[in-house]
Write a protein that binds this ligand. Structure first.
Ligand SMILES: *Cc1c(COP(=O)(O)O)cnc(C)c1O
Length: 389
């Protein structure tokens, strides 16, 4: 008799497959927090900080309450605020742009590269030159985003920051586990922000984040800022801080997941390889570039289609086949209602256009991506994509 059982549904992200592998260890780790009763700043927080600093090969790791707070604390430590320009890509998640605005600084949106989806260095240099020439804002920082898991061009960003006394901040929220020239993200920028949102490459079961740095003094400052700016003793307030701590229970979940992480990174790259082999044959499909030396961790697998109509057809074909897909991101940040005024404030007169970010928003599509996809499942997804072209 033919096998008539329907195939297992394909998830965009699958957190249950992983949980099934380590559920007893997760339960044991959470129970240890409940027994110990140190729900804030428990030993699990220090332990995951040590583990992840070692994993990334950096000197210091400071656990915080989210990726957004990691970005905010790193910028607060630099004293970034009113009158400061913070350069960041226009094609990214909203949090990257929100943080400078919350601190009173001006985000300067930079265009991205068509092939890598990451910040364009020529456009960054051009905008920096114009901000300097206009003299209205002080260039203070560049936030590079490793979009979908692909490292940005960190050697070039760092060199530009060094030349202009700017802070280089890596928003690696989608890219923990990725590497550049054999070195993991974490030590490429002055500070690196991680997110442990459940669907990120290393996720907890709630909100969480971390800041990585080689600078011991900055790490101490981050610890103070995440705890209301406390000084040497608990009730001495040395600076304006925030409540930005990582919970012990979330640290315990991360510790339980960590033994799988290395294998999951390899699995994501294997899955991406299957996708790339299946889809690269079609001229209508653009794949995210693989620049020399960059090891994408594929937090998302995102393709570029010729136009919005083709994308809608592909998405409909996937949906008809029971396959989820998503658009990251349908609108570049400078078009978001909340950021339009800030975009206009970056320059005297008309800001330079951002044609690539605008075009990508109409053409990208993210396909199911997680470490537990099988080759047959990837073939099903790729087949549905190709059937619509
Ligand atoms: C997820 C994400 C963030 C924010 O992380 P949270 O932990 O959700 O606060 C920041 N930047 C990028 C690029 C992200 O993808």
């Amino acid at each position: 008799m033919p096998d008539t059982t329907p195939p297992r549904p394909i998830a965009l992200f699958d957190m249950h497959a992983q949980q099934r592998l380590i559920r007893p260890e997760i339960d044991r780790r959470i129970a240890a927090v409940l027994d110990g009763g140190r729900f804030i700043n428990g030993p699990e927080v220090a332990e995951i900080e040590r583990e992840l600093a070692a994993f990334a090969g950096v000197g210091h790791a400071v656990g915080v309450s989210s990726g957004t707070d990691a970005l905010q604390i790193a910028m607060m430590a630099e004293g970034i605020g009113r009158g400061d320009a913070v350069f960041l890509p226009a094609f990214t998640y909203t949090a990257t742009a929100e943080v400078p605005l919350v601190l009173g600084a001006t985000p300067v949106f930079v265009d991205v590269e068509e092939e890598s989806f990451n910040i364009s260095l020529p456009d960054l240099r051009a905008r920096l030159a114009r901000v300097l020439a206009e003299g209205r804002l002080r260039p203070r920082a560049v936030v590079g985003v490793d979009l979908f898991g692909l490292p940005a061009d960190w050697p070039a960003i760092r060199a530009l920051c060094a030349d202009h006394g700017m802070f280089a901040l890596d928003d690696a929220a989608q890219a923990f586990g990725a590497a550049l020239h054999g070195r993991r993200l974490g030590g490429w920028a002055d500070a690196t922000a991680l997110s442990f949102y459940p669907t990120k490459t290393l996720g907890c079961y709630g909100d969480g984040g971390m800041i990585l740095t080689e600078d011991a003094a900055k790490a101490e400052l981050y610890r103070s800022l995440r705890t209301h700016g406390e000084g040497k003793t608990r009730y001495e307030v040395e600076r304006t801080g925030m409540n930005g701590r990582l919970d012990s229970i979330q640290a315990a979940v991360l510790l339980a997941k960590l033994p799988l992480f290395e294998g999951e990174i390899a699995a994501r790259r294997r899955v991406a390889g299957w996708y790339r082999a299946a889809l690269s044959c079609h001229a209508a499909i653009g794949l995210q570039a693989e620049p020399p030396g960059a090891e994408n961790v594929y937090g998302l697998f995102t393709i570029r289609l010729p136009d919005a109509g083709t994308r809608a057809r592909v998405q409909a074909a996937l949906s008809a086949a029971g396959i989820p897909s998503a658009i990251y991101y349908p609108k570049p940040l400078h078009h978001q209602p909340a950021y339009r005024a800030a975009h206009a404030a970056g320059f005297a007169g008309e800001p330079p256009p951002l044609p690539v970010a605008e075009a990508l928003a109409g053409r990208v599509l993210s396909l199911p991506m997680h470490p537990y996809l099988t080759e047959a499942e990837v073939a099903r997804v790729a087949g549905a994509v190709l059937s619509a072209l």
